[in-house]
Design a protein around this ligand. Sequence first.
Ligand code: PLP
Ligand code: TYF
Length: 395
Amino acid sequence: AFSPLSPLPPDALLGLMTAFREDDRAEKFDLGVGVYKDDQGNTPVMSAVAKAEALMLQRQTTKVYEGPRGNVDFCNAIEDFVFGVDAPVRKEGRTLSFTAPGGCGALSLGVGLMRRLGVKKVWVSDPTWPNHPKVVQSAGLTTDSYRYADPDTGTADRAGMLEDLAKAERGDGVIVQGPCHNPTGIDLTLDDWRAVGAFVKERGLIVMLDVAYHGFAHGLDKDIAGVRAFIDAAGEALISYSCSKNFGLYRERAGCFLAVGETADGIAAATTHVADISRATWSMPPAHGAGIVATILGDAALRAEWEAELTSMRERMISLRQALSGELVQRTGSNLLASLTTQNGMFSQLPVTPEGAKALREESGLYMPGSGRINIAGLNLKDIPRVAEIIATAL
Ligand code: PLP
Ligand code: TYF
């Protein structure tokens, strides 16, 4: 029965994780897979998460299904984050939200909804997270890409982006990443967000904003300002939101799919379609991760504890960026590497080729994917001079 299948190549990032583990050299550095790490290279359970789980264990009385939207308190808390606590669009019935298995589950609901809206092609940034084209293509839609990063300045290329999106047809889909773009760390400015929002409204494009690193750039409020500016300008958006990174809930699969529309009737109809897609895919969303988030955000003390830990994670990444950038600029004299400090979140992309990345791995034990993306959180202040020395010789 299985003879029609030939094996697919392994996922590059997951392969890199295994190779790192099996490397028995004394000196090695893991800048590969995108998970947050502390100074010791660990990814611990956040303290507010552990406390919320203990509370949940005490309080739980049943494991019965929660319903098609999953945890409604969770959905409302993520609506608070994305649209704002007092956003008029919510009172007007122009928003929807569903619990989903991780940000990826939310992306897949969004692509499913795009398909029902008649979308045939979805535009993704060049480069982007490889799962974006994968989710789109496995829903039977095609992908195309728009320019996003300006390689000469290390900042967003708004003109290039809009020039490429001008080739899109009315009714095409677009995925735009929220704060902390994966893999470049390059984010749109507030002004860019407004311009892109106005552009897609005029062109009739259907946009999904992918928010996977809320709080990792500048803070919870500042990080969502671009998304809100986009919604103000565009009037409509689909949004996928992941709690994997900012709550450290990776394996629990905590995500939320949201949408905002011009009319309450449109959103009411869309709600039935999202419920229908969800039912056909996982029937009911998982409860535990969303329950943790709802417990934390519903409790002032836990919320403050979570925000403080998130702040310290963000500040750690910012100080690592500054240190690495400083060392690299000093060693190479390249101004491009100064732009590492203007980039956000866990990732930046170094100007190395796939062969260069392979050589760094084999010769120096420095692990990064062929794209040249580095996970800043995988660094450590004391290793930075050595890591910078290795990288500088390769550039
Ligand atoms: N979108 C982007 C850009 C990501 O980098 C990630 C994960 O790391 C996700 C979405 C969603 O991740 P998850 O499905 O683990 O929540
Ligand atoms: O980009 C990353 O490294 C993270 C983690 O199939 C990840 O988003 C990587 C690959 C994958 C799923 C998650």
